[in-house]
Design a protein around this ligand. Structure first.
Ligand SMILES: Cc1cc2nc3c(=O)[nH]c(=O)nc-3n(C[C@H](O)[C@H](O)[C@H](O)COP(=O)(O)OP(=O)(O)OC[C@H]3O[C@@H](n4cnc5c(N)ncnc54)[C@H](O)[C@@H]3O)c2cc1C
Length: 442
């Protein structure tokens, strides 16, 4: 059955897709969103488990992230801070060390200042990743592990282990040979090359009513039609516009299409004709994150705490999210989803006891974003060489077909802010395209 025409079909109801759909539909363009999952939000997901609304994916926000902050203000959403973390436990060279959070963070900052010292040389304008393209090309072949080796003699063993713990966390991988150093520099540049600021951005403030509140605000503010549980299988270019086929056998037509989907799943859709080679190649290589979060309801806490351990551990950083008496919730970042079963209390308890030997895990949970067919990875982290090899091509439109996502953002790529940025900039380009079609200029 051939359904009625749209100006734009947006594939994917994550932050990028919903933002683009809001912008276009509110300008009078007839817009349809087709979402594969039975919910909106994509790699953000508030799910009620273990007696609490838990953020299974993207969570933390900051005023250094202008696109999401503007949305938070626009919809009058409240922010809440994670509890002040007093104690710190970190593992370095197989030994458990304890101190205050300030002590541990002081050590990390000392190492990060050395690790990140050349950041601004490569990304003096953080929203223009190609501003110093020739210089960036010189270092894009380097991984985070390469940079760690370069500075090895300048930092103590303990700081080296803490740097490995934090880059494993930030880049959600246990193999630091893979993620590109340029992505580390890009994030640092956006935080004014101040590691403590970057850490605050990474995990200090959340939306009080959850990311769901912002997702719903954006959707409620749009005029777009939405169909959930509708995976798209084929996007075919016609003489005029596109045909979009769903797995369930529906066919929709539109003048323009935005595939607001992650890098890792581009190749799950059959594009006819094929996209630019680079787009398929990056999807085949995949971006490098391969982890997820683990949430644990625990007993036996003595105080709020932050924990760290190097790449060999399945969780490289964790903290107390809430505490009530000696009970509370811990949240940790698993750097390789295959290495820890987040739903197995015995495994999770054994892991957390590396730092807190007296705790008991009552129950635990997580969502495996790597096995999830609609993401096949967690937050986007480019591998070495991917920025300069594919970065420009993934931003290129092809006769009314556009990619949008945090994965292709100029600024906070990897964060919700980047998804909103990409939704906004892509919608502007689509508006211009529709205008050109109307004037018969295409
Ligand atoms: C564990 C985790 C922790 C994170 N922590 C943070 C954080 O604290 N702060 C932060 O800012 N960011 C964080 N992020 C990153 C952030 O969540 C993402 O960058 C952002 O949500 C991506 O939005 P998006 O719209 O680009 O992509 P997505 O949210 O992935 O949206 C893409 C949508 O497309 C749909 N889709 C895919 N294929 C198809 C298809 N064939 N047909 C139809 N629909 C399809 C998907 O179901 C999905 O809804 C985290 C992510 C994870 C996984």
């Amino acid at each position: 059955m051939l359904n009625k025409n749209y100006d734009v079909i947006v594939v994917g109801a994550g932050f990028a897709g919903l933002t683009a759909a809001r912008e276009l539909s509110n300008k009078g363009h007839k817009t349809l969103i087709l979402e594969g999952r039975d919910r909106m939000g994509g790699r953000t997901w508030v799910d009620h488990r273990m007696g609490k609304d838990l953020e299974m994916g993207g969570t933390y926000v900051h005023w250094f992230q202008p696109h999401i902050w503007a949305e938070i203000i626009r919809y009058n959403l409240e922010i809440k801070e994670v509890p002040t973390l007093n104690e710190a436990y970190w593992i370095a060279n197989g030994e458990l060390k304890t101190g205050t959070k300030d002590e541990m963070f002081g050590k990390i900052e000392e190492g990060m200042n050395i690790f990140l010292k050349d950041t601004m040389k490569y990304f003096p304008r953080p929203y223009d990743p190609f501003y110093e393209e020739d210089l960036v090309k010189e270092v894009d072949h380097l991984s985070v592990a390469d940079r760690l080796r370069e500075i090895r003699s300048e930092v103590s063993d303990e700081i080296y282990e803490l740097l490995r713990a934090y880059w494993s966390t930030y880049f959600n991988t246990d193999d630091l040979e893979v993620p590109g150093l340029t992505q580390a520099y890009r994030w640092a540049a956006l935080a004014d090359n101040d590691w403590k600021m970057l850490e605050d951005i990474f995990e200090l403030y959340k939306i009080k009513d959850g990311t769901k509140a912002l997702i719903e605000s954006i959707y409620d503010d749009s005029e777009a039609d939405l169909q959930l549980s509708t995976p798209v299988s084929v996007i075919e270019r016609m003489d005029e516009g596109y045909k979009v086929f769903t797995r369930g056998g529906q066919v929709f037509t539109a003048t323009s299409v935005i595939a607001a989907i992650p890098i890792n799943v581009i190749n799950n859709i059959d594009f006819k004709p094929a996209l630019l080679d680079e787009k398929h190649q990056i999807s085949t290589e995949k971006q490098s994150s391969q982890g997820q979060k683990v949430w644990a309801r625990v007993r036996g806490l003595t105080d709020t705490a932050v924990m760290a351990a190097p790449c060999e551990f399945p969780v490289n950083s964790a903290h107390v999210d809430t505490i009530d008496g000696d009970e509370g919730y811990l949240m940790g970042y698993i750097s390789n989803a295959a290495k820890l079963d987040a739903d197995n209390p015995a495994e999770v308890e054994e892991l957390f006891r590396n730092w807190l030997p007296h705790i008991e895990v009552i129950e635990c949970t997580g969502h495996n974003w790597v096995e999830d067919e609609f993401s096949q990875g967690a937050w986007p982290v480019l591998r070495k060489n991917q920025l300069t090899k594919y970065g420009k091509a993934v931003r290129e439109s092809e006769e009314g077909l556009f990619l949008a996502s945090s994965d292709y953002a100029d600024g906070w790529a990897g964060f919700m802010d980047g998804a909103i940025e990409s939704g906004l900039t892509t919608s502007k380009r689509v508006k211009e395209y529709l205008q050109r079609v109307k004037l018969n200029l295409v």
